[in-house]
Ligand binder design. Structure first.
Ligand code: CU
Length: 69
């Protein structure tokens, strides 16, 4: 499965990271998620036949954070 790394802006604590993790884990096609609020980095292992990078970015945005890279 491909792994993408996203840079996310706006996380201030572990709760923020948890919100994003929960939002992504509820997406069909997302296999595993690691989010670190200190670095602002999220690593997502996903199935490209079920979800696109754009859809993953949208899910992050809908949880209230900005994807900046
Ligand atoms: Cu927070």
């Amino acid at each position: 499965m491909p792994l993408i790394q996203l840079k996310i802006e706006g996380m201030t604590c572990g709760g923020c990271a948890k919100s994003i993790t929960t939002a992504l884990q509820s997406c069909r096609g997302v296999r595993s998620v690691t989010v670190d609020h200190n670095s602002g980095l999220a690593e997502i292992d996903f199935d490209p036949e079920q979800i696109s990078v754009e859809q993953i970015k949208t899910a992050v945005a809908e949880s209230g954070f900005d994807v900046i890279g």
